[in-house]
Design a protein around this ligand. Structure first.
Ligand code: FO1
Length: 314
């Protein structure tokens, strides 16, 4: 069985970890959003790729949701010696842990040599010994830009610097129109037995991935094999700004709002058990709907969710 999962960051990493644990004999492909990527202090950062990679390696900081466990921050302390003195706080708002820096140094060096991100990512995944194909959605630069009352913000400026506490009136994905899917991406969608849309932010994680030409239509063509998992539970996102972004951009902040975004792409939407009363509204949009526990930090839920997702498609 081949399982291809469309991924953002933390929610996707947990979903993938559950899928790999429950279906160890399947061939797993993760297609990961790269529109959060940025260059910080001259270093190429790919947060969603690293969150997935570190989580599957069991090396992530599960509580913080990003970065490595047991991390230290000496490089940041030394950086802040300079930025506190000069007042250049714009150079030190994004936290790069000492261990994490190794990842960014390797990625930056290889990209500077001209290697595509997909090749560099494969090298890193091999170094962690992970049993899956982890593909950036594209090797071309794409970037989520959020329109706010403070002007246009790059994704990390919005998410980390502003702590996503500014109102968003629009989202665009720069570079998407001229991007090509990375090698293997379309094939992984076309040949999968199940395509999972992870419980990631539909607007700023899955949205940019679908904006790369060819991907939306490839997923839509597999609609009956596509199972999406709602990141909205009881009207709220477990983590991050998905709930606020949905309402700011005119969507219903519920599993029904998620269903309306995915209606032409996914045959099935898996929603949390507390949203069981919404099943009929989801089905009215033309999707099958399965309600089950989806909060993967609770014991036993990851395993049962992974099984429910795959059973829904087969
Ligand atoms: N998230 C934060 O909230 N604060 C940070 O300082 C921060 C640093 C960081 C460094 C490397 C990395 O790979 C991710 C990092 N993240 C940080 C997480 C990241 O901004 C978001 O989790 C994703 O972009 C959203 O999916």
């Amino acid at each position: 069985m081949r399982i291809t999962t469309l991924c953002g960051g933390v929610g996707a990493a947990r979903m993938l970890r559950a899928l790999l644990t429950e279906f160890p004999d399947a061939e797993h492909v993760a297609i990961v959003n790269t529109a959060d990527d940025d260059v910080i202090g001259g270093l190429s950062i790919s947060p969603d790729i690293d969150t997935v990679m570190y989580t599957l390696a069991g090396a992530n900081d599960d509580e913080r949701g990003w970065g490595l466990a047991g991390e230290s921050w000496q490089a940041m302390e030394w950086l802040r010696r300079y930025t506190n003195s000069s007042g250049r706080h714009d150079l030190s708002w994004f936290n790069l842990g000492d261990r994490d820096l190794g990842t960014h140094l390797y990625r930056t060096s290889r990209l500077a040599e001209g290697a595509p991100l997909s090749e560099v990512t494969a090298e890193m995944v091999a170094a962690w010994g992970l049993p899956l194909l982890l593909l950036p959605v594209t090797d071309d630069p794409i970037a989520t830009v959020l329109r706010t009352d403070r002007g246009d913000l790059a994704f990390q400026e919005y998410f980390v610097r502003e702590q996503h506490a500014v109102e968003v009136t629009g989202v665009r994905v720069e570079g998407a129109d001229s991007a090509d899917p990375a090698p293997g991406v379309l094939n992984a969608i076309e040949t999968a037995d199940v395509v999972v849309v992870a419980p990631s932010n539909p607007i700023v994680s899955i949205g940019p991935l679908l904006a790369v030409p060819g991907i939306r239509s490839a997923v839509a063509a597999r609609r009956s094999a596509v199972v999406a998992v709602s990141p909205i539970i009881g009207g709220k996102a477990l983590k991050g700004p998905a709930d606020r972004l949905l309402s700011e951009l005119g969507h219903e902040t519920s599993a029904v709002g998620v269903a309306s975004i995915y209606a032409d792409l996914a045959g099935t939407l898996v929603i949390d058990e507390i949203d069981t009363p919404l099943i009929h509204q989801v089905e009215a949009l033309g999707l099958r709907c399965v309600a089950t526990p989806t909060i993967m930090s609770q014991p036993g839920v990851s395993a049962s969710l992974a099984r429910a997702v795959i059973e829904a498609a087969l």
